[in-house]
Ligand binder design. Sequence first.
Ligand code: 5AD
Ligand code: FES
Length: 351
Amino acid sequence: MERTQIISWLTQKEATELNKLWTIADTVRRDNVGDEIHLRGLIEFSNICSRQCLYCGINAANSKIQRYQMSKDEIAECAQIAKELGYGTVVLQSGENRRLDVKFLAETVSEIKSKTGLAVTLSVGEWDADTYKLWKDAGADRFLLRFETSNDELYRKLHPDSKKGVEERFDTLRLLKNIGYEIGSGVMIGLPGQKYETLADDLLKFKELDLDMIGVGPYIPHQETRLGANIREFTLDGESQVPASEEMTYKVCALARILCPKTNIPATTALATINREQGRELGLCRGANIIMPNVTPVKYRQMYEIYPGKACIYETAQACNACITGRIESIGRTIGKGKGTSPKFAAKRGL
Ligand code: 5AD
Ligand code: FES
């Protein structure tokens, strides 16, 4: 698909035309990744962060939140629960804590691998090659690192502590791929300052980076952040600003599916947050094939407030599992078995 066609879908307002887009995306999804929905147990193991990202509620400058770091045993216990619930993967996510004991994380990964055999995905930010290799050798399989926006000027505004801009993110993603990780990335939709052209470039970048996983969600303003507190100042005039809407999120899910047919695409928590009733189901019918149910202990969940009103703050792992199972059944899809390796990655490795 050409850039101009992507832009024309992104700006399309006619319901009948959009219905065509949803149908194409759903067909491409079924033909390429099937009807199974793979579940990934999300463990938000620490909210300690050294970075200053303007959009994120757990950024280092937010002194209003209490910081936590789960112990190895607590994390392993969550992984055990994920296994008992039948999930094939756990995702270990945290802020980018420069003082993180990288060996602690390696030991945690290796303990989870030996005790549960689950696939392990890391989502812990930017580190050097040796650290990424250490975790890979410990057994980590996949790595999630969103590039957030492909527009360098906007990227630098939103990440004042980034030295080399967005190219650094792209380099890091390529590095992770070379080390042997399945790689995932993504962007926020409706970031103040985001134009349709930028969003089209984001989508083309997904394809160019040859991603195994693509996670996209609406930007949700957080008052305790520089962006959330000064949103007007960052917002573009008139029609040029992409809205952080539910519909725009579906458009991006659908276009990502069409551009990258064999990629794993989650219906994200941010999408579920802006439409609690149906966000996940609609995402799954418009390109997505993955859900990441939260398995973090409830006592930590409200402290991992990257944006306000986040779905699943009070539910236990068991409650989220029951909720998600019901939602999947309601749309006539099935729960995937096994690790749910991206079909693209599996084909390349001869798996
Ligand atoms: N609204 C929506 N998504 C956010 N993220 C961070 N802050 C926000 C926000 N305010 C997303 C980023 C990050 C992921 C873990 O959460 O894309 O990569
Ligand atoms: Fe957590 Fe529905 S998935 S409550």
